[in-house]
Design a protein around this ligand. Structure first.
Ligand code: C5P
Length: 269
């Protein structure tokens, strides 16, 4: 990768943390709420945030735009190494979360990167070992004082196996598809990246909405299946991960459970 720019944070004072800053890994399938939880947790602790899915989404976007074949591992890896991916915290950000803008070659591509069209391409390129290798050091570079909250599929298993806390956040496919639907609808309406996590059960009654929801459910299942069964870094809980099933939980419930674990492990002090 040509360069990547994690947003800066003040350095921690502890020598141990300077050498090996603490990591909290939050892995799980799409739509389980990882992004929202990771962002809120990073804001609460004032730690760095790594949205590793955004890196795979950028590579998927580049492959789409350039027409690179998803089976052409060498070209995908080369495009990954040459990609100039940057992250910056959005101006006027709410203190309760860390909204990150994604830059590709200096251009703000956040909306394209987060679009539904990029989900399958991201999952396709993520199954290519050479792409994962090309992104490995980039992800590890986010580990800086005072600490890192890392969100993805293999944060606790492969990229940060020594994470102090590993959470596997999951939910039923129906719940995840519905949240994704609400999130996309919300984004479409307002341009916001806020996830209305379990917030309402309205607005999915019409035929068009039902069809859209069914398409999202099918896409979610296809992506999960590919992510779980790929030979490299499959989506699996680390043996030492704490699994949280958010199907029946609100975002506040999940945050409360996560903060209890954070405190139990003496993190973020
Ligand atoms: O989390 P998000 O939906 O943005 O991730 C997009 C895709 O990137 C996932 O479906 C998955 O295939 C891939 N990914 C991955 N490893 C990660 C993060 C994301 O393979 N650590």
């Amino acid at each position: 990768m040509a360069s990547s720019h994690p947003p800066s944070k003040p350095s921690g004072r502890s020598t141990r943390r300077t050498i090996n800053p603490d990591v909290i890994a939050i892995d799980g399938p799409g739509g389980a709420g990882k992004g929202t939880v990771a962002s809120r947790l990073a804001a609460a602790l004032d730690w760095h945030l790594l949205d590793s899915g955004a890196l795979y989404r950028v590579v998927g976007l580049i492959a789409l735009r350039r027409g690179i074949d998803f089976d052409d591992a060498a070209s995908l890896a080369e495009a990954t190494r040459k990609a100039d991916i940057g992250f910056k915290e959005a101006a006027g950000a709410l203190p309760a979360a860390v909204p990150i803008r994604v830059l590709v070659d200096g251009v703000d591509e956040t909306d394209a990167v987060r679009s539904a069209e990029v989900e399958q391409p991201a999952s396709r390129v993520a199954a290519v070992a050479a792409v994962r290798e090309a992104l490995f050091a980039t992800q590890q570079a986010f580990r800086r004082p005072p600490g890192l909250v890392a969100d993805g599929r293999d944060m606790g298993t492969v990229v940060f196996p020594d994470a102090r806390l590993k959470i596997f956040l999951t939910a039923s496919v129906d719940a995840r598809a519905r949240r994704r639907f609400e999130q996309l609808k919300d984004r479409e309406a307002s341009g916001s990246l806020r996830a209305p996590f379990g917030s309402d059960r309205e607005g999915v009654a019409g035929a068009a909405a039902q069809a859209a929801l069914a398409a999202i459910r099918a896409s979610t299942e296809a992506r999960d299946e590919r992510d779980r069964t790929r030979p490299v870094s499959p989506l699996l809980p680390a043996p030492d991960a704490v699994t949280i099933d958010s199907t029946e939980m609100s975002i506040d419930d999940v945050m409360a459970a996560v903060m209890t674990l954070v405190q139990e492990r003496g993190l973020g002090r």
